[in-house]
Design a binder for this molecule. Structure first.
Ligand code: NAD
Length: 481
């Protein structure tokens, strides 16, 4: 009998009113970890009422006191680091190293949010007119909802709730139904740190809870991270219901390799970026554009490095490439491999032939296509798996033009030692997060995180001062003495 997860409402674990559940699998061995309830709007409403009741007392809690709870939370998360990383690996499948780094990224969000006393400070200009001064003050907005994907069960929720709560809001998280376990631990530890009941609530589920969040009149803002079609739907629906919304979506990140690139660093970074976390990262490199003539040597080095990757259960210390999240996602990826072959791409490395791909768990070895073109589906769509496409360009201009044709614009990288190329790349590439000689240029919590085009719907990104702006509203008061 696997455990049935409960919702976390007003500081206590509550059974969902729904009898419908979904099974949570360990993707490395197809074992059953838990059952997650697909909660109802009634469950959500209970959480909203709890969050609403907790809002005023929390908003009125002095900002230093709120910060102190975040400091304590940071300490508890650091103490639980290994436990949290192990849980991430169990429910998501990623390697120990990737899970460990994910905890770090989550902790960094809490650390940034703990600086809330100075972030919340207002502004004053004493002489906007004769004897007239204007003051700007910052306030929380109320009950806020967060909807998160499976691929970062700790980091992505931490992009949202620590800053929202630090600002004085109360929060309802709807974690991914495929990786719901970690969220419960995050809630327990926050309560242990001294967070009052009702400030952070979790309602497990899927579409019904999401639609409830988008439509509930008491929820003032929605943060979403997930796939493109759902992000677009969330953005439009939440906006129709008068909410502030930020919706981060899918990606197709290009890495441009200039002729002068340091080959060893380039190969290492691309392999880590394309195949780390089984390619299930919104900042994964999924397309390499090689600039200049014959690059067969570099391609061979990429294949050799891919051959050396240890595929297996992330719980094994040596594992570098874990499983995909579900069999259905693996099947979808296999369809893309067939489509790439049919459309004429050259399969340089076939991950279907790796031993682990035929055992228990949802494994697929690193797969590399060459001679990919913009006409192919494997270039147009986000595959979100360990599948790398290689393209060729005669110049940096052509490489940038290829990347800019993508409907996505999340991240992009360049490998080169030439400053002029870096500058041209920075000015002309259409993507939100750029990397130079680095595989995964994911900004830390201090900076805004997101992209443009089909990779983002909204205005303010997550993290950094954008996060503060998203979760606060301002009053501006002008006084004549
Ligand atoms: P997903 O869109 O399937 O699910 C995300 C959330 O939306 C989940 O909580 C899920 O329950 C909910 N949901 C799914 N379908 C829904 C529907 N029809 N109606 C209402 N709610 C629905 O995404 P995923 O597969 O969990 O995550 C992977 C995706 O997330 C990838 O596309 C990846 O690029 C993206 N992602 C983007 C970023 C970023 O920063 N841009 C970061 C991480 C992940």
């Amino acid at each position: 009998m696997s455990i049935l997860l409960k919702n976390y409402i007003s500081g206590s674990w509550q059974e969902s009113s729904s009898s419908v559940t979904e099974t949570v699998y360990n993707p490395a061995n197809d074992g059953v970890l838990a059952q997650v309830p697909l909660s109802t709007r009634k469950d959500l409403d209970e959480a909203v009422q709890a969050a609403k009741a907790a809002f005023l007392p929390w908003k009125n809690t002095p900002v230093q006191k709120r910060a102190r709870i975040l400091f304590k939370y940071q300490q508890l998360l650091v103490e639980a680091w290994d436990e949290l990383a192990a849980l991430i690996t169990r429910e998501n499948g990623k390697s120990q190293q990737d899970a460990y780094m994910e905890v770090q990224r989550g902790v960094e969000c809490v650390e940034f949010a703990a600086g809330i006393p100075s972030l919340m400070m207002g502004q004053i200009t004493p002489d906007v007119g004769t004897g007239v001064e204007t003051t700007m003050l910052r306030y929380p907005i109320g009950v806020v909802g967060g909807i998160t994907p499976f691929n970062f069960p700790m980091m992505v929720p931490c992009w949202m709730f620590p800053m929202a709560i630090a600002c004085g809001n109360t929060f309802i998280l709807k974690p991914s139904e495929r990786t719901p376990l970690l969220a419960n631990r995050l809630a327990e530890l926050f309560t242990e740190a001294g967070l009052p009941d009702g400030v952070f609530n979790i309602v497990h589920g899927a579409r019904e809870v999401v639609n409830g969040i988008l439509e509930h009149p008491e929820i003032k803002a929605v943060s979403f991270v997930g796939s493109q079609p759902v992000a677009e739907y969330v953005y439009k629906t939440a906006a129709q219901h008068g909410k502030r919304v930020q919706a981060l979506a899918g990606a197709k990140n290009h890495s441009i390799v200039m002729p002068d690139a340091d080959e060893e660093l380039t190969v290492k970074s691309i392999i880590e970026s394309a195949f780390g976390s089984a390619g299930e990262r919104c900042m994964a490199c999924s397309v390499v554009v090689l600039v200049g003539g014959d690059r067969d040597d570099l391609k061979q080095r990429l294949i050799d490095a891919a051959d050396r990757l240890q595929i297996g259960n992330g719980e094994d210390k040596e594992t570098e490439l874990g499983p995909l999240i579900r069999q259905s996602h693996k099947d979808r990826t296999l369809d893309y491999l067939s489509s790439g072959e049919q459309e004429g791409a050259v399969l340089l490395r076939d991950g279907r032939k790796d031993g682990a791909a035929s055992g228990a768990g949802y494994f697929l070895g690193p797969t590399v296509f060459d001679e990919v073109t913009p006409a192919m589906k494997i270039w147009q769509d986000e595959i979100f798996a360990p599948v790398l496409s290689i393209m060729q360009a005669d110049s940096l201009e052509e490489a940038i033009a290829i990347a800019n044709r993508s409907s996505f614009a999340n991240g992009a990288c360049i490998y080169t030692g030439q400053l002029a190329a870096v500058r041209q790349f920075r000015e002309e590439i259409d993507a939100g997060m750029l990397g130079v000689n680095i595989g995964v240029p994911a900004p830390t919590a201090l900076f805004p995180f997101s992209g443009y085009k089909n990779s983002f719907y909204g205005d303010l990104h997550v993290n950094g001062k954008d996060g503060l702006e998203f979760y606060t509203r301002k009053k501006v008061m002008t006084v004549k003495a």
